[in-house]
Design a protein around this ligand. Structure first.
Ligand code: DAH
Length: 344
């Protein structure tokens, strides 16, 4: 039996060494070490041995098994390596095959317009500021010179919520929050959502976006306001655009104005304007509200209006996006229809 075992070992080692590929190697493994393999058959013969011989032979069988397994594993690594090299030598990568392009999302037109406008003001040294969508009545109205009984409240159909709060009807409360922080000078723009209980139609939505601007420092005057806003308009609409400041009224600015830009369709051309649909034959398009921050508003925020002054402005962003991309119905901006949004 001992001789058989040694013969099996020699034969198996020779088989392992001669195996030219991993499949042949596996055949050798099954032949000698498999369940019905030669080594198992020999183990079965152990029953016929004497009690003294049995452990000795048992040990021998185990030694042979260990030796064969070690040889198999070494050979297997060798063969796997050479098979991989052979594969690498014959296989070629076809670099001309078209790849699989990952699907990229794109920004919403409102995001594009908002970022673009913010960047213009960042370029002039402004910082971005933010405030909450759910505001106190105080920040949204009272501090902006609109007390409870003021008729200006009627203009902004307000969503009142519990606890004396409102869904902000404008981004102007961000001005108040910024001034309350007490750090001067201030130069900020504050983009964000605003809410009014309007019926939905092609030009109205109960939620829309505004961007607010505020500059407060010593010696700020209307000239700074006009300079900043004219530069802004030229950057957005081109060097040739004309601006016009019309007197207006806002409770939180004095004096107040609205800024119009010359119509980008007819360019306020005396002939073309007669049939222009975009400006409705006006030649001008209303862009934003602005003015010098009311001294009472400054004082309420702890800023001395005899030392400091400021200007502010606010504009709707949907209209900018609609003009920019020729969108005729505001609802498209809120519907989240991928066929529409993918175009930007
Ligand atoms: N908050 C105003 C509105 O919603 C827009 C506005 C006008 C903001 C004049 C201002 C401003 O800061 O000075 O109609």
């Amino acid at each position: 039996m001992k001789d058989d075992l040694l013969r099996i070992k020699t034969e198996a080692l020779a088989g392992i060494a001669a195996a030219a590929d991993t499949r042949t190697l596996d055949d050798v493994r099954i032949e000698f070490l498999g369940k019905k393999g030669t080594l198992s058959q020999i183990s079965r013969r152990m029953g016929s041995l004497s009690a003294e011989e049995r452990p000795i032979m048992g040990q021998m069988v185990n030694d042979v098994k260990d030796a064969l397994e070690a040889a198999l594993s070494t050979r297997k690594t060798e063969l796997a390596k050479s098979e991989m090299f052979a594969k690498m030598a014959t296989e070629k990568i076809d670099a001309t095959l078209p790849g699989i392009a990952p699907k990229l999302g794109n920004r919403h037109p409102m995001t594009i317009v908002t970022e673009e406008i913010c960047n213009i003001f960042i370029g002039m040294g402004y910082e971005i500021a933010e405030g909450p969508d759910v505001e106190t009545d105080y920040h949204n109205f009272e501090a902006l010179n609109v007390p409870k009984t003021h008729p200006a409240r009627d203009e902004q159909d307000t969503f009142y919520v519990e606890g004396g709060h409102v869904l902000r009807t404008q981004t102007s409360p961000v001005q108040i929050r910024k001034m309350e922080e007490g750090k001067l000078p201030i130069a900020i723009v504050a983009p964000g959502k605003v809410f009014r209980s309007d019926e939905v139609d092609a030009t109205h939505s109960p939620v829309f976006h505004q961007i607010e601007g505020l500059v407060v420092d010593k010696g700020i005057n209307m000239g700074h306001l006009k300079g900043a806003l004219t530069l802004f308009a030229k950057t957005v609409f081109g060097e040739d655009v004309q601006t016009r400041f019309r007197p207006h009224h806002f409770p939180f600015t004095e004096p107040s104005a609205e800024m119009d830009v010359s119509c980008f369709m007819c360019n306020n051309d005396p002939e073309k304007v007669k049939t222009c649909r975009v400006c409705k034959q006006e030649g001008w398009i209303e862009l934003l509200g602005c003015g010098m921050v009311h001294p009472k508003v400054l004082a309420r925020c702890g800023i001395d209006p005899t030392v400091y002054s400021g200007f502010a402005f606010g504009m709707g962003l949907e209209r900018m996006a609609m003009q920019r991309y020729n969108i005729e119905d505001m609802r498209l901006l809120f519907d989240n229809d991928m066929r529409f949004l993918k175009q930007f």
